[in-house]
Design a binder for this molecule. Structure first.
Ligand code: TMP
Length: 198
């Protein structure tokens, strides 16, 4: 089972992912937690470049996200799925569709093809969208990076983009109301993955 966690900044994805991995482990299910950008030493180096302050050409930025994705797929995601583990990935291909495609306006067809090139066509079985107003999400972030610092209007386009993708493919996407407290958010996650036993 391959689950991706998507959404605007400050939605509490990483907290929910850590809790979910613990809950799965308690049920005897091995879950590999990974994130994009930032898996392994190569991913971490790419992440540093991407989030550092200063100008970065949009095409170079896109290629770096894709390089990180190809590396994460080859070294973490695919081997884990082949072992039968769950994979919980903090952001994946749909972040590129939304941030670089819908919000930055880069060619969506190129992005779609490049994502397939990077992943070999492996797609998350489920995508959980941690949806919340950008103003609230950005207010929660303590250390802002280069991308968090984009104008609010950019973050509004990101939110709208994710909601559009979720509406287009409701079988694969589940929308979580990330404005709620962490406990309520986590319960929504369990429900979305049909893991709640209450
Ligand atoms: P994070 O803060 O959730 O780890 O994500 C890092 C930033 O990178 C976040 O602002 C979203 C952005 N991003 C893209 O613009 N395109 C992508 O493909 C990915 C994976 C992340």
């Amino acid at each position: 089972m391959f689950v991706a966690f998507e959404g605007p900044e400050g939605g509490g994805k990483s907290t929910a992912i850590a809790r979910l991995a613990e809950a799965l482990a308690a049920d005897g299910i091995v879950a590999v937690v990974t994130r994009e950008p930032g898996a392994g030493s190569l991913g971490q180096a790419i992440r540093q470049i991407l989030l550092a302050p200063g100008d970065l050409d949009p095409k170079a930025e896109l290629m770096l996200f894709l390089a990180d994705r190809a590396n994460n797929m080859a070294t973490v995601i695919r081997p884990a799925l082949e072992r039968g583990a769950w994979v919980l990935c903090d952001r994946h291909a749909d972040s590129t569709v939304v941030y670089q495609g819908m919000a930055r306006g880069m060619d969506p067809e190129f992005i779609a093809r490049a994502n397939v090139f990077a992943t070999g066509g492996v797609r998350p079985d489920k995508v959980l969208l941690f949806d919340l107003e950008p103003r609230i999400g950005l207010g929660r972030i303590r250390h802002k990076d280069r991308l968090d610092d984009m104008p609010l209007e950019f973050h509004e386009r990101v939110r709208a983009g994710f909601l559009k993708l979720a509406a287009l493919d409701p079988g694969r996407w589940e929308v979580v109301d990330a404005s709620q407290d962490p406990e309520t958010v986590f319960r929504q996650v369990l429900r979305a993955l049909e893991l709640d036993r209450t």
